[in-house]
Design a binder for this molecule. Structure first.
Ligand code: GAP
Length: 462
Protein backbone atom coordinates (compact mmCIF):
# COMPACT_ATOMS: atom_id res chain seq x y z
CA UNK A 1 0.00 0.00 0.00
CA UNK A 2 1.35 3.43 -0.90
CA UNK A 3 2.03 5.86 1.93
CA UNK A 4 -0.61 8.46 2.70
CA UNK A 5 0.24 11.98 1.59
CA UNK A 6 0.75 14.33 4.48
CA UNK A 7 0.80 17.57 2.55
CA UNK A 8 -0.91 18.85 -0.56
CA UNK A 9 1.54 18.50 -3.45
CA UNK A 10 -0.01 20.29 -6.42
CA UNK A 11 0.37 23.76 -7.90
CA UNK A 12 -2.94 25.08 -6.50
CA UNK A 13 -3.19 27.47 -3.58
CA UNK A 14 -6.43 28.82 -2.18
CA UNK A 15 -5.38 32.30 -3.40
CA UNK A 16 -4.89 31.05 -6.97
CA UNK A 17 -8.18 29.15 -6.93
CA UNK A 18 -10.11 32.11 -5.53
CA UNK A 19 -8.54 34.48 -8.04
CA UNK A 20 -9.14 32.19 -11.04
CA UNK A 21 -12.70 31.57 -9.88
CA UNK A 22 -13.40 35.28 -9.88
CA UNK A 23 -11.46 36.13 -13.05
CA UNK A 24 -13.21 33.46 -15.10
CA UNK A 25 -16.69 33.81 -13.60
CA UNK A 26 -16.90 30.64 -11.53
CA UNK A 27 -17.52 32.20 -8.11
CA UNK A 28 -17.99 35.79 -6.93
CA UNK A 29 -18.17 37.20 -3.43
CA UNK A 30 -21.79 37.77 -2.46
CA UNK A 31 -22.91 41.44 -2.56
CA UNK A 32 -19.37 42.49 -3.44
CA UNK A 33 -20.30 46.10 -4.26
CA UNK A 34 -21.40 46.52 -0.62
CA UNK A 35 -18.14 45.13 0.70
CA UNK A 36 -19.23 41.49 0.53
CA UNK A 37 -21.31 39.22 2.74
CA UNK A 38 -19.26 36.66 4.62
CA UNK A 39 -20.40 33.06 4.45
CA UNK A 40 -22.18 33.52 1.11
CA UNK A 41 -20.97 33.28 -2.50
CA UNK A 42 -22.48 33.73 -5.95
CA UNK A 43 -21.90 31.31 -8.80
CA UNK A 44 -21.15 32.99 -12.14
CA UNK A 45 -21.69 31.68 -15.69
CA UNK A 46 -18.98 28.98 -15.54
CA UNK A 47 -19.66 28.23 -11.86
CA UNK A 48 -23.35 27.51 -12.31
CA UNK A 49 -22.60 25.27 -15.30
CA UNK A 50 -20.05 23.36 -13.23
CA UNK A 51 -22.41 23.13 -10.25
CA UNK A 52 -25.31 21.94 -12.43
CA UNK A 53 -23.11 19.33 -14.06
CA UNK A 54 -21.81 17.99 -10.73
CA UNK A 55 -25.39 17.84 -9.48
CA UNK A 56 -26.56 16.14 -12.70
CA UNK A 57 -23.77 13.59 -12.52
CA UNK A 58 -24.53 12.80 -8.86
CA UNK A 59 -28.26 12.61 -9.60
CA UNK A 60 -27.72 10.20 -12.47
CA UNK A 61 -25.36 8.06 -10.38
CA UNK A 62 -27.74 7.86 -7.43
CA UNK A 63 -31.15 7.63 -9.12
CA UNK A 64 -30.94 6.65 -12.80
CA UNK A 65 -28.28 4.01 -12.19
CA UNK A 66 -30.18 2.38 -9.32
CA UNK A 67 -33.50 0.52 -9.57
CA UNK A 68 -34.64 1.46 -6.10
CA UNK A 69 -33.65 5.08 -5.48
CA UNK A 70 -36.09 7.89 -6.23
CA UNK A 71 -35.78 11.66 -5.96
CA UNK A 72 -37.39 14.36 -3.85
CA UNK A 73 -37.31 18.14 -3.63
CA UNK A 74 -38.60 19.12 -0.19
CA UNK A 75 -39.12 22.68 1.05
CA UNK A 76 -36.38 24.53 2.90
CA UNK A 77 -38.92 25.76 5.47
CA UNK A 78 -40.24 22.90 7.57
CA UNK A 79 -42.49 22.64 10.61
CA UNK A 80 -40.35 23.74 13.60
CA UNK A 81 -41.18 20.51 15.47
CA UNK A 82 -39.07 18.74 12.81
CA UNK A 83 -35.96 20.23 14.34
CA UNK A 84 -36.95 19.36 17.87
CA UNK A 85 -37.53 15.77 16.78
CA UNK A 86 -34.28 15.62 14.82
CA UNK A 87 -32.31 16.77 17.86
CA UNK A 88 -31.01 19.89 16.13
CA UNK A 89 -32.65 22.35 18.54
CA UNK A 90 -30.92 20.65 21.45
CA UNK A 91 -27.70 19.33 19.97
CA UNK A 92 -26.72 21.20 16.81
CA UNK A 93 -24.38 23.53 18.60
CA UNK A 94 -20.79 24.70 18.47
CA UNK A 95 -18.89 25.77 21.60
CA UNK A 96 -18.12 29.45 21.34
CA UNK A 97 -15.87 31.98 23.07
CA UNK A 98 -15.49 35.72 22.45
CA UNK A 99 -12.54 37.96 23.15
CA UNK A 100 -13.70 40.81 25.39
CA UNK A 101 -10.93 43.05 24.02
CA UNK A 102 -10.69 42.54 20.23
CA UNK A 103 -14.23 41.06 19.94
CA UNK A 104 -13.02 38.15 17.80
CA UNK A 105 -15.21 35.05 18.06
CA UNK A 106 -13.65 31.57 18.14
CA UNK A 107 -14.86 28.02 18.16
CA UNK A 108 -13.64 26.77 21.53
CA UNK A 109 -12.70 23.40 20.05
CA UNK A 110 -10.50 25.05 17.43
CA UNK A 111 -8.17 27.09 19.62
CA UNK A 112 -5.21 25.93 21.68
CA UNK A 113 -6.57 24.27 24.88
CA UNK A 114 -3.96 26.29 26.82
CA UNK A 115 -5.55 29.55 25.63
CA UNK A 116 -8.94 28.21 26.62
CA UNK A 117 -7.79 27.15 30.08
CA UNK A 118 -6.12 30.53 30.65
CA UNK A 119 -9.03 32.39 29.01
CA UNK A 120 -6.49 34.20 26.85
CA UNK A 121 -7.28 35.39 23.31
CA UNK A 122 -4.97 33.68 20.77
CA UNK A 123 -4.97 36.87 18.65
CA UNK A 124 -4.51 39.78 21.07
CA UNK A 125 -4.01 38.18 24.50
CA UNK A 126 -7.23 39.79 25.81
CA UNK A 127 -9.62 38.02 28.16
CA UNK A 128 -11.94 35.34 26.74
CA UNK A 129 -15.55 34.85 27.83
CA UNK A 130 -16.78 31.52 29.26
CA UNK A 131 -17.57 28.89 26.65
CA UNK A 132 -21.19 29.05 25.47
CA UNK A 133 -23.16 26.69 23.27
CA UNK A 134 -24.22 28.35 20.05
CA UNK A 135 -26.96 26.78 17.92
CA UNK A 136 -26.05 26.77 14.24
CA UNK A 137 -29.57 26.96 12.89
CA UNK A 138 -30.74 30.21 11.34
CA UNK A 139 -34.00 31.34 12.85
CA UNK A 140 -36.56 33.52 11.18
CA UNK A 141 -40.27 34.25 11.47
CA UNK A 142 -43.07 33.22 9.19
CA UNK A 143 -46.02 35.55 8.70
CA UNK A 144 -46.14 39.33 8.69
CA UNK A 145 -45.27 39.92 12.36
CA UNK A 146 -42.93 38.40 14.88
CA UNK A 147 -44.72 36.74 17.74
CA UNK A 148 -45.48 38.92 20.74
CA UNK A 149 -46.36 35.99 22.93
CA UNK A 150 -43.08 36.04 24.82
CA UNK A 151 -41.70 32.59 25.60
CA UNK A 152 -43.83 30.72 23.06
CA UNK A 153 -42.84 31.95 19.68
CA UNK A 154 -45.58 30.71 17.38
CA UNK A 155 -44.05 32.25 14.28
CA UNK A 156 -40.55 30.91 14.73
CA UNK A 157 -39.20 28.89 11.83
CA UNK A 158 -35.74 27.59 10.90
CA UNK A 159 -33.83 27.47 7.65
CA UNK A 160 -32.99 23.78 7.28
CA UNK A 161 -29.42 22.92 8.32
CA UNK A 162 -29.50 19.64 6.33
CA UNK A 163 -31.69 18.33 3.53
CA UNK A 164 -32.06 14.92 5.19
CA UNK A 165 -35.07 15.75 7.38
CA UNK A 166 -37.20 16.65 4.34
CA UNK A 167 -36.68 13.06 3.22
CA UNK A 168 -37.58 11.48 6.57
CA UNK A 169 -40.86 13.35 6.91
CA UNK A 170 -41.80 12.25 3.36
CA UNK A 171 -40.70 8.63 3.63
CA UNK A 172 -44.24 7.28 4.10
CA UNK A 173 -45.61 9.44 1.27
CA UNK A 174 -43.01 7.99 -1.05
CA UNK A 175 -43.65 4.39 0.01
CA UNK A 176 -47.34 4.90 -0.66
CA UNK A 177 -47.13 6.90 -3.89
CA UNK A 178 -44.32 4.93 -5.49
CA UNK A 179 -44.89 1.48 -3.98
CA UNK A 180 -41.32 1.36 -2.66
CA UNK A 181 -40.17 -1.75 -0.83
CA UNK A 182 -37.31 -1.88 1.62
CA UNK A 183 -34.43 -1.60 0.88
CA UNK A 184 -34.87 1.65 -1.04
CA UNK A 185 -33.39 5.12 -1.17
CA UNK A 186 -34.49 8.73 -1.56
CA UNK A 187 -32.10 11.28 -3.06
CA UNK A 188 -32.24 15.04 -2.77
CA UNK A 189 -30.13 18.03 -3.76
CA UNK A 190 -30.78 21.37 -2.17
CA UNK A 191 -29.75 24.35 -0.11
CA UNK A 192 -28.88 24.11 3.55
CA UNK A 193 -28.01 26.89 5.99
CA UNK A 194 -25.75 26.96 9.03
CA UNK A 195 -24.75 29.94 11.08
CA UNK A 196 -21.09 28.94 10.98
CA UNK A 197 -18.86 30.80 13.40
CA UNK A 198 -15.77 30.48 11.26
CA UNK A 199 -16.19 30.75 7.50
CA UNK A 200 -12.90 30.70 5.69
CA UNK A 201 -11.10 28.95 2.86
CA UNK A 202 -13.29 30.40 0.13
CA UNK A 203 -16.41 28.24 -0.40
CA UNK A 204 -15.24 25.38 1.84
CA UNK A 205 -17.39 26.26 4.87
CA UNK A 206 -20.17 28.74 4.23
CA UNK A 207 -23.43 29.74 5.87
CA UNK A 208 -25.46 29.02 2.74
CA UNK A 209 -24.46 25.91 0.79
CA UNK A 210 -25.87 22.98 -1.10
CA UNK A 211 -25.97 19.32 -0.20
CA UNK A 212 -26.44 16.15 -2.23
CA UNK A 213 -27.90 13.61 0.17
CA UNK A 214 -29.26 10.12 -0.21
CA UNK A 215 -31.08 8.28 2.57
CA UNK A 216 -31.26 4.50 2.22
CA UNK A 217 -33.92 2.70 4.28
CA UNK A 218 -33.04 -0.81 5.38
CA UNK A 219 -34.22 -3.56 7.69
CA UNK A 220 -32.53 -3.44 11.11
CA UNK A 221 -29.72 -5.97 11.16
CA UNK A 222 -28.81 -5.38 7.51
CA UNK A 223 -27.52 -1.88 8.25
CA UNK A 224 -23.84 -2.71 8.75
CA UNK A 225 -23.57 -4.58 5.45
CA UNK A 226 -25.42 -1.81 3.57
CA UNK A 227 -23.27 0.83 5.22
CA UNK A 228 -20.12 -0.93 3.95
CA UNK A 229 -21.64 -1.26 0.48
CA UNK A 230 -22.39 2.48 0.31
CA UNK A 231 -18.87 3.29 1.45
CA UNK A 232 -17.61 1.32 -1.56
CA UNK A 233 -20.03 2.98 -3.96
CA UNK A 234 -19.20 6.51 -2.84
CA UNK A 235 -15.46 5.84 -3.14
CA UNK A 236 -15.99 4.45 -6.66
CA UNK A 237 -17.95 7.60 -7.56
CA UNK A 238 -14.88 9.82 -7.08
CA UNK A 239 -12.72 7.32 -8.94
CA UNK A 240 -15.08 7.50 -11.92
CA UNK A 241 -14.95 11.30 -11.79
CA UNK A 242 -11.20 11.03 -12.35
CA UNK A 243 -10.25 12.59 -9.01
CA UNK A 244 -6.65 12.07 -7.83
CA UNK A 245 -7.24 9.05 -5.62
CA UNK A 246 -4.12 9.57 -3.52
CA UNK A 247 -5.80 12.83 -2.43
CA UNK A 248 -8.70 10.92 -0.86
CA UNK A 249 -8.80 8.99 2.41
CA UNK A 250 -11.23 7.63 4.97
CA UNK A 251 -11.70 9.06 8.42
CA UNK A 252 -13.83 7.16 10.92
CA UNK A 253 -15.53 9.30 13.55
CA UNK A 254 -14.39 8.54 17.09
CA UNK A 255 -16.92 8.46 19.95
CA UNK A 256 -16.43 12.18 20.68
CA UNK A 257 -16.96 13.15 17.02
CA UNK A 258 -20.11 11.14 16.27
CA UNK A 259 -23.19 13.26 15.58
CA UNK A 260 -26.08 12.80 17.99
CA UNK A 261 -27.92 10.59 15.48
CA UNK A 262 -25.06 8.38 14.30
CA UNK A 263 -24.24 4.79 15.19
CA UNK A 264 -21.19 4.81 12.92
CA UNK A 265 -19.79 7.42 10.54
CA UNK A 266 -16.98 7.73 8.04
CA UNK A 267 -15.89 10.83 6.19
CA UNK A 268 -14.28 10.80 2.79
CA UNK A 269 -11.59 13.44 3.19
CA UNK A 270 -9.80 15.27 0.39
CA UNK A 271 -6.33 16.74 0.57
CA UNK A 272 -7.10 20.41 -0.18
CA UNK A 273 -4.26 22.97 -0.41
CA UNK A 274 -5.09 23.81 3.23
CA UNK A 275 -4.87 20.15 4.30
CA UNK A 276 -7.05 17.05 4.71
CA UNK A 277 -10.70 18.08 5.09
CA UNK A 278 -14.10 16.42 5.04
CA UNK A 279 -15.72 16.13 1.63
CA UNK A 280 -18.60 13.73 2.27
CA UNK A 281 -20.03 11.81 5.20
CA UNK A 282 -21.43 8.29 5.14
CA UNK A 283 -23.52 7.72 8.25
CA UNK A 284 -25.33 4.85 9.86
CA UNK A 285 -28.15 6.87 11.47
CA UNK A 286 -29.76 3.75 13.01
CA UNK A 287 -33.52 4.15 13.57
CA UNK A 288 -32.94 7.40 15.47
CA UNK A 289 -34.64 9.80 13.04
CA UNK A 290 -37.79 7.84 12.30
CA UNK A 291 -38.21 6.87 15.97
CA UNK A 292 -37.98 10.52 16.97
CA UNK A 293 -40.39 11.66 14.23
CA UNK A 294 -42.82 8.96 15.37
CA UNK A 295 -42.62 10.31 18.93
CA UNK A 296 -42.93 13.97 18.00
CA UNK A 297 -45.57 13.71 15.26
CA UNK A 298 -47.64 10.95 16.80
CA UNK A 299 -47.73 9.25 13.38
CA UNK A 300 -46.86 5.59 12.98
CA UNK A 301 -43.75 5.52 10.80
CA UNK A 302 -43.20 1.78 10.95
CA UNK A 303 -42.63 -0.06 7.71
CA UNK A 304 -45.04 -2.92 7.05
CA UNK A 305 -43.36 -5.73 5.17
CA UNK A 306 -46.27 -7.26 3.27
CA UNK A 307 -44.07 -9.95 1.78
CA UNK A 308 -43.11 -11.19 5.24
CA UNK A 309 -46.36 -11.62 7.09
CA UNK A 310 -46.84 -7.89 7.62
CA UNK A 311 -43.76 -7.69 9.80
CA UNK A 312 -43.46 -4.17 11.24
CA UNK A 313 -40.33 -2.26 12.08
CA UNK A 314 -38.77 1.21 12.04
CA UNK A 315 -36.15 1.09 9.30
CA UNK A 316 -32.52 1.94 9.86
CA UNK A 317 -31.11 4.68 7.64
CA UNK A 318 -27.78 4.72 5.85
CA UNK A 319 -27.01 8.23 4.67
CA UNK A 320 -24.54 9.48 2.08
CA UNK A 321 -24.14 13.23 2.49
CA UNK A 322 -21.92 15.25 0.16
CA UNK A 323 -21.58 19.00 -0.12
CA UNK A 324 -22.30 20.14 -3.67
CA UNK A 325 -20.50 23.45 -3.26
CA UNK A 326 -17.68 21.71 -1.39
CA UNK A 327 -17.38 19.16 -4.22
CA UNK A 328 -17.11 22.08 -6.63
CA UNK A 329 -14.20 23.49 -4.62
CA UNK A 330 -12.59 20.05 -4.49
CA UNK A 331 -12.87 19.68 -8.26
CA UNK A 332 -11.39 23.14 -8.84
CA UNK A 333 -8.40 22.24 -6.64
CA UNK A 334 -8.09 18.75 -8.09
CA UNK A 335 -8.29 19.91 -11.71
CA UNK A 336 -5.96 22.90 -11.32
CA UNK A 337 -2.62 22.59 -13.09
CA UNK A 338 0.12 24.84 -14.40
CA UNK A 339 2.32 23.68 -17.21
CA UNK A 340 5.25 24.92 -19.26
CA UNK A 341 4.26 24.57 -22.88
CA UNK A 342 6.82 26.67 -24.82
CA UNK A 343 10.24 28.25 -24.50
CA UNK A 344 9.86 31.78 -25.84
CA UNK A 345 10.85 33.52 -22.63
CA UNK A 346 7.47 35.22 -22.08
CA UNK A 347 4.11 34.66 -20.34
CA UNK A 348 2.90 32.51 -23.22
CA UNK A 349 5.35 29.79 -22.16
CA UNK A 350 2.97 28.70 -19.40
CA UNK A 351 -0.61 27.70 -19.31
CA UNK A 352 -3.08 27.28 -16.47
CA UNK A 353 -5.36 24.38 -17.13
CA UNK A 354 -8.34 22.89 -15.32
CA UNK A 355 -8.31 19.17 -16.05
CA UNK A 356 -12.01 18.57 -15.35
CA UNK A 357 -13.56 15.28 -16.34
CA UNK A 358 -15.60 16.01 -19.50
CA UNK A 359 -18.82 14.94 -17.76
CA UNK A 360 -18.55 17.87 -15.34
CA UNK A 361 -16.63 20.47 -17.38
CA UNK A 362 -18.74 23.64 -17.75
CA UNK A 363 -18.06 23.72 -21.50
CA UNK A 364 -17.53 20.42 -23.31
CA UNK A 365 -16.48 21.72 -26.70
CA UNK A 366 -15.46 25.15 -27.97
CA UNK A 367 -15.79 26.00 -31.65
CA UNK A 368 -13.06 28.31 -32.93
CA UNK A 369 -12.83 29.63 -36.50
CA UNK A 370 -9.22 30.38 -37.40
CA UNK A 371 -10.36 33.65 -39.07
CA UNK A 372 -13.62 35.59 -38.95
CA UNK A 373 -13.50 36.27 -42.68
CA UNK A 374 -13.91 34.23 -45.85
CA UNK A 375 -16.95 32.39 -44.53
CA UNK A 376 -15.03 30.58 -41.73
CA UNK A 377 -17.10 32.21 -38.96
CA UNK A 378 -20.36 31.16 -40.68
CA UNK A 379 -19.11 27.62 -41.12
CA UNK A 380 -18.04 27.49 -37.45
CA UNK A 381 -21.46 28.77 -36.33
CA UNK A 382 -23.09 26.12 -38.46
CA UNK A 383 -21.01 23.38 -36.81
CA UNK A 384 -21.82 24.81 -33.39
CA UNK A 385 -25.54 24.78 -34.16
CA UNK A 386 -25.22 21.10 -35.01
CA UNK A 387 -23.33 20.22 -31.81
CA UNK A 388 -25.16 22.36 -29.28
CA UNK A 389 -28.22 20.09 -28.99
CA UNK A 390 -26.02 17.34 -27.55
CA UNK A 391 -23.01 19.10 -26.02
CA UNK A 392 -22.32 22.18 -23.90
CA UNK A 393 -20.66 24.41 -26.49
CA UNK A 394 -18.89 27.74 -26.59
CA UNK A 395 -17.94 29.87 -29.57
CA UNK A 396 -14.95 32.19 -29.71
CA UNK A 397 -13.68 34.06 -32.75
CA UNK A 398 -11.62 36.81 -31.14
CA UNK A 399 -7.84 36.94 -30.76
CA UNK A 400 -4.96 34.70 -31.78
CA UNK A 401 -5.81 30.99 -31.82
CA UNK A 402 -3.14 30.20 -29.18
CA UNK A 403 -4.70 32.70 -26.79
CA UNK A 404 -8.13 31.23 -27.43
CA UNK A 405 -6.86 27.74 -26.59
CA UNK A 406 -5.40 29.12 -23.33
CA UNK A 407 -8.74 30.72 -22.42
CA UNK A 408 -10.49 27.40 -22.93
CA UNK A 409 -7.78 25.51 -20.99
CA UNK A 410 -8.33 27.84 -18.06
CA UNK A 411 -12.10 27.25 -18.21
CA UNK A 412 -11.44 23.49 -18.25
CA UNK A 413 -12.89 22.87 -21.75
CA UNK A 414 -11.71 19.37 -22.73
CA UNK A 415 -12.16 19.74 -26.51
CA UNK A 416 -11.74 22.53 -29.06
CA UNK A 417 -12.78 22.30 -32.69
CA UNK A 418 -10.89 24.58 -35.06
CA UNK A 419 -12.26 25.53 -38.46
CA UNK A 420 -9.77 26.63 -41.13
CA UNK A 421 -9.54 27.02 -44.90
CA UNK A 422 -9.15 23.28 -45.38
CA UNK A 423 -12.46 22.83 -43.56
CA UNK A 424 -14.11 24.86 -46.31
CA UNK A 425 -12.45 22.84 -49.02
CA UNK A 426 -12.87 19.28 -47.79
CA UNK A 427 -15.23 19.39 -44.79
CA UNK A 428 -12.61 18.34 -42.22
CA UNK A 429 -11.96 20.08 -38.89
CA UNK A 430 -9.27 19.93 -36.21
CA UNK A 431 -10.12 18.44 -32.83
CA UNK A 432 -7.76 19.60 -30.08
CA UNK A 433 -7.45 17.82 -26.73
CA UNK A 434 -7.01 20.01 -23.67
CA UNK A 435 -4.83 17.66 -21.61
CA UNK A 436 -2.29 16.55 -24.21
CA UNK A 437 -2.76 19.55 -26.55
CA UNK A 438 -2.68 17.01 -29.39
CA UNK A 439 -4.70 17.68 -32.48
CA UNK A 440 -6.34 15.34 -34.97
CA UNK A 441 -8.05 16.08 -38.25
CA UNK A 442 -11.37 14.41 -38.97
CA UNK A 443 -14.45 14.86 -41.16
CA UNK A 444 -16.98 17.19 -39.61
CA UNK A 445 -19.65 14.50 -39.80
CA UNK A 446 -17.64 12.28 -37.43
CA UNK A 447 -17.43 14.91 -34.68
CA UNK A 448 -20.48 13.98 -32.55
CA UNK A 449 -19.58 10.28 -32.33
CA UNK A 450 -15.91 11.01 -31.74
CA UNK A 451 -16.73 13.43 -28.92
CA UNK A 452 -19.07 10.91 -27.31
CA UNK A 453 -16.34 8.25 -27.46
CA UNK A 454 -13.72 10.61 -26.01
CA UNK A 455 -16.04 11.53 -23.13
CA UNK A 456 -16.87 7.88 -22.41
CA UNK A 457 -13.26 6.74 -22.47
CA UNK A 458 -11.68 9.80 -20.86
CA UNK A 459 -8.62 9.14 -18.69
CA UNK A 460 -6.81 12.05 -17.15
CA UNK A 461 -3.15 12.25 -18.14
CA UNK A 462 -1.98 13.46 -14.71
N1 GAP B 1 -27.25 15.09 6.89
C1 GAP B 1 -25.96 14.90 7.43
C2 GAP B 1 -25.13 16.09 7.38
O1 GAP B 1 -25.59 17.16 7.08
P1 GAP B 1 -22.68 16.91 7.73
O2 GAP B 1 -21.41 16.12 7.90
O3 GAP B 1 -22.99 17.94 8.73
O4 GAP B 1 -23.83 15.83 7.66
C3 GAP B 1 -22.56 16.77 5.14
O5 GAP B 1 -22.67 17.57 6.29
C4 GAP B 1 -21.72 17.47 4.10
O6 GAP B 1 -22.24 18.76 3.82
C5 GAP B 1 -20.27 17.71 4.51
O7 GAP B 1 -19.46 16.58 4.28
C6 GAP B 1 -19.89 18.89 3.61
O8 GAP B 1 -19.51 18.41 2.33
C7 GAP B 1 -21.18 19.66 3.50
N2 GAP B 1 -21.21 20.79 4.43
C8 GAP B 1 -21.53 20.76 5.75
N3 GAP B 1 -21.45 21.99 6.29
C9 GAP B 1 -21.06 22.82 5.30
C10 GAP B 1 -20.80 24.22 5.23
N4 GAP B 1 -20.96 25.01 6.28
N5 GAP B 1 -20.40 24.74 4.04
C11 GAP B 1 -20.26 23.95 2.95
N6 GAP B 1 -20.50 22.63 2.95
C12 GAP B 1 -20.89 22.05 4.11
Amino acid sequence: MSEELTEYQGPATMEKITSLAKRRGFVFQSSEIYGGQSGAWDYGPLGIELKNRIAGNWWKTMTQLHDNIVGLDAAILMHPRTWEASGHVENFTDPLVDCKKCKTRFRADQIDPKNLAEKKCPDCGGELTDTRKFNLMFKTHIGPVESILGEIDNNLIYLRPETAQGIYVNYKNIIQSNRMKIPFGIAQIGKAFRNEIVTKNFIFRTCEFEQMEMQYFVKPGTDVETFNEWKKQRWAYYEKLGVKMDHLRWHQHGPDELAHYAKDAYDIEYLFPMGWKELEGIHNRSNYDLTRHTEFSGKDLQYIDQENGNERYIPFIIETSAGLTRTLLMLLCDAYDEEKVADKGNDDDYRTVLRFHPTVAPITVAILPLMKKDGLAELAQDIRAELREDFATDYDQSGAIGRRYRRQDEAGTPFCVTIDYESKENGTVTLRFRDSMEQVRLPRAELPDRLRKEIREYKRLK
